[in-house]
Design a binder for this molecule. Sequence first.
Ligand SMILES: *[C@@H]1O[C@H](CO)[C@@H](O)[C@H](O)[C@H]1NC(C)=O
Ligand SMILES: *[C@@H]1O[C@H](CO)[C@@H](O)[C@H](O)[C@H]1NC(C)=O
Ligand SMILES: *[C@@H]1O[C@H](CO)[C@@H](O)[C@H](O)[C@H]1NC(C)=O
Ligand SMILES: *[C@@H]1O[C@H](CO)[C@@H](O)[C@H](O)[C@H]1NC(C)=O
Ligand SMILES: *[C@@H]1O[C@H](CO)[C@@H](O)[C@H](O)[C@H]1NC(C)=O
Ligand SMILES: *[C@@H]1O[C@H](CO)[C@@H](O)[C@H](O)[C@H]1NC(C)=O
Ligand SMILES: *[C@@H]1O[C@H](CO)[C@@H](O)[C@H](O)[C@H]1NC(C)=O
Ligand SMILES: *[C@@H]1O[C@H](CO)[C@@H](O)[C@H](O)[C@H]1NC(C)=O
Ligand SMILES: *[C@@H]1O[C@H](CO)[C@@H](O)[C@H](O)[C@H]1NC(C)=O
Ligand SMILES: *[C@@H]1O[C@H](CO)[C@@H](O)[C@H](O)[C@H]1NC(C)=O
Ligand SMILES: *[C@@H]1O[C@H](CO)[C@@H](O)[C@H](O)[C@H]1NC(C)=O
Ligand SMILES: *[C@@H]1O[C@H](CO)[C@@H](O)[C@H](O)[C@H]1NC(C)=O
Ligand SMILES: [Ca+2]
Length: 587
Amino acid sequence: MRFHVPVFAAVLAGATAATLNDVCTPSYVRAHLPPPGFYQGVSLDPSSVTANPVTQVSVADNDFFPDATFDYCNVSFTYSHDGLEDDRVALTYWLPAPGAFQNRFLATGGGGYAINSGNGSLPGGIIYGAVSGLTDAGFGAAQSNTITQWLDANGTLNWHKVHMFGYQGIREMSELGKAFTTLFFNMTQMNTTLYTYWQGCSEGGREGWSQVQRYADSFDGAIVGAPAFRWSFQQTQLLYPNVVEQTMGYYPSPCELQKIVNETIISCDPLDGKIDGVVARTDLCYTQYVEADNFSMIAGQPYSCPATPANAVAGSPAIPTQQGNVTKQAVDVARKILQGLHDTQGRRVYFAPAPGAQMTEATTGYNATTGQWGLSVISLGGVFVEVEINLRNGSNLPNLDGVTYDTLKDWITVGMQRFQGVLETTWPDLTAYKEAGGKVLMFHGEADWGIPTASSVRYWESVRKIMNPGKSYNESTAAQNEFFKLFLVPGATHCAANPAQPDGPFPQTNLAVMIDWVENGVAPETLNATVLMGENKGQNQQICAWPLRPVWRGGNNATNANPECRFDQSSVDYWNYDLDAFKVPIY
Ligand SMILES: *[C@@H]1O[C@H](CO)[C@@H](O)[C@H](O)[C@H]1NC(C)=O
Ligand SMILES: *[C@@H]1O[C@H](CO)[C@@H](O)[C@H](O)[C@H]1NC(C)=O
Ligand SMILES: *[C@@H]1O[C@H](CO)[C@@H](O)[C@H](O)[C@H]1NC(C)=O
Ligand SMILES: *[C@@H]1O[C@H](CO)[C@@H](O)[C@H](O)[C@H]1NC(C)=O
Ligand SMILES: *[C@@H]1O[C@H](CO)[C@@H](O)[C@H](O)[C@H]1NC(C)=O
Ligand SMILES: *[C@@H]1O[C@H](CO)[C@@H](O)[C@H](O)[C@H]1NC(C)=O
Ligand SMILES: *[C@@H]1O[C@H](CO)[C@@H](O)[C@H](O)[C@H]1NC(C)=O
Ligand SMILES: *[C@@H]1O[C@H](CO)[C@@H](O)[C@H](O)[C@H]1NC(C)=O
Ligand SMILES: *[C@@H]1O[C@H](CO)[C@@H](O)[C@H](O)[C@H]1NC(C)=O
Ligand SMILES: *[C@@H]1O[C@H](CO)[C@@H](O)[C@H](O)[C@H]1NC(C)=O
Ligand SMILES: *[C@@H]1O[C@H](CO)[C@@H](O)[C@H](O)[C@H]1NC(C)=O
Ligand SMILES: *[C@@H]1O[C@H](CO)[C@@H](O)[C@H](O)[C@H]1NC(C)=O
Ligand SMILES: [Ca+2]
């Protein structure tokens, strides 16, 4: 698993410490590239190498790493795939100064249809002494919105590019990066171990899984947040709230929806035992509030939001003051959304975002001509159907004419069959990775608006069942937790701390936790987290490991930041959805 560096010379490299300026040059990098033939099918272009030292860079207040100031060597080079015309993949690696390098490599990815996060994820490795890498996977100018390059023409998918996005680009960046790191830092002579990591959220979470599921030697530790896996389900379900609005013939204004979300948070906050504006138990919120129909009592309550001016950049019109009383139709639409997608025979197709999450997917559009709110097709879902299902080179579905709940199910089936081996990313047998010593830390905000929290629970449970046939629940849970832990983050939104529940914790130090697990054998019993906003900013809180669930018994006092983590069969049952609309197993 660990990247074993063969000993080419029994001579230790001179103890003379190189400086950043000594080694951060194009010629030094060219002399330490992985040799030709190192990775089959790939040819590096030494003439493409750039390298320059960057010093005293400061990063502040990030969801995924604490404040820091650091130096790094900014390296880039390209490669091409043998036998492909006009192929050029650009890699970027940031290398710590020689004195700060701690024998670590971190691979990073993107979000949405981006294959990388620009310079946003690399500091998260550098500050822990890790060489940090990203790739453009060959998409060049389209690297932050690769979907515009997935078709060669309408009707023709470019499968090479789909594969590069699906997993191949990340694999090549990781393997070339590990080898380059050992060569750059003379590790081949020093016989030291390179520890290898992944950190990514959303699409970056799916990319992490794409490696762990395929390659036993991918990483020693993978940190995977709210993964956008079960791809065809995930992309299609984004359209479900729009279809609910269209089917029920009611388009709530954003303010009316926000009022419903706000009331849900206020009402469900105490159910976890602590009144802090955080809904840590969305399972109880669903059963005791939404399903128990207290939810209906939101109808009739007044809401009001100020007017907003036109935004020329976004092309959005001026919006007048939104005010009124929440209607029964709005509550019915919200309830239907929270029930999740079912087909017209009432069988469950997928999960819904948990109650208390922002209802971003349901956002309606303002028509300045009529002064009405109406359908606004969410492009993140619409572009999936337009490009990957209908094979048309657009950026969204033009409308949802004729689209029913069954249509959504059909799109999922087409997508599943088409992309099973590339993008679905739910292969449930992780035996090879586990046996190689690999660890996974998966986390998911319990107020994620875009990727249902239940999606991560389902995968954890699928892996547990597949890998531990014949074992009891407790035995299989213990076996799974040896290498793969899941943490549901109270109040957190999609891959971020949540301004609507500011007192919730966010696991900002995940890489430090993972390093401790991999390098020191300290498995996280609870997940270290920090309040990142609001009046309690900086407070440390621990997050419970699934299947344990948080309960606060001390009520509100300054000393009970941490919950008790308890097993609750009804909570486990709640999260264990039956996707009975499908006869094939859905992992
Ligand atoms: C890093 O290198 C790339 C490629 O040469 C260059 O475009 C970029 O400006 C450099 N960044 C910094 C901060 O020097
Ligand atoms: C990332 O890039 C942006 C825009 O070029 C720049 O303002 C910022 O300083 C960069 N951050 C780091 C850590 O290099
Ligand atoms: C698809 O559209 C994008 C712009 O969104 C364009 O850059 C690309 O060339 C188009 N591809 C094809 C095959 O038409
Ligand atoms: C690697 O070893 C060479 C030769 O001893 C030396 O010049 C270079 O500075 C070393 N590199 C690092 C990163 O220490
Ligand atoms: C390399 O290190 C490993 C353990 O870290 C040790 O078992 C092995 O003997 C070392 N090899 C050499 C040639 O020093
Ligand atoms: C919802 O609550 C937020 C505070 O979290 C507040 O700023 C906002 O005005 C509220 N919106 C409505 C419609 O009540
Ligand atoms: C639901 O309504 C009942 C009856 O009014 C009340 O006792 C209970 O506290 C409410 N629960 C929630 C979560 O609002
Ligand atoms: C909203 O409900 C209040 C009572 O809660 C009522 O006084 C008011 O007239 C209603 N407003 C509208 C616009 O219906
Ligand atoms: C607004 O409504 C008018 C009248 O129904 C319609 O013609 C127009 O297309 C709508 N505009 C948008 C942006 O939907
Ligand atoms: C390809 O599909 C897009 C989106 O539907 C459309 O705008 C474009 O005209 C089509 N191109 C061709 C050549 O048909
Ligand atoms: C845990 O988080 C706190 C801040 O909440 C931080 O100071 C500490 O270093 C973290 N511990 C680990 C092991 O990452
Ligand atoms: C505060 O919380 C702690 C931990 O839950 C509990 O032991 C203690 O009794 C609580 N104190 C008060 C005054 O409620
Ligand atoms: Ca609470």
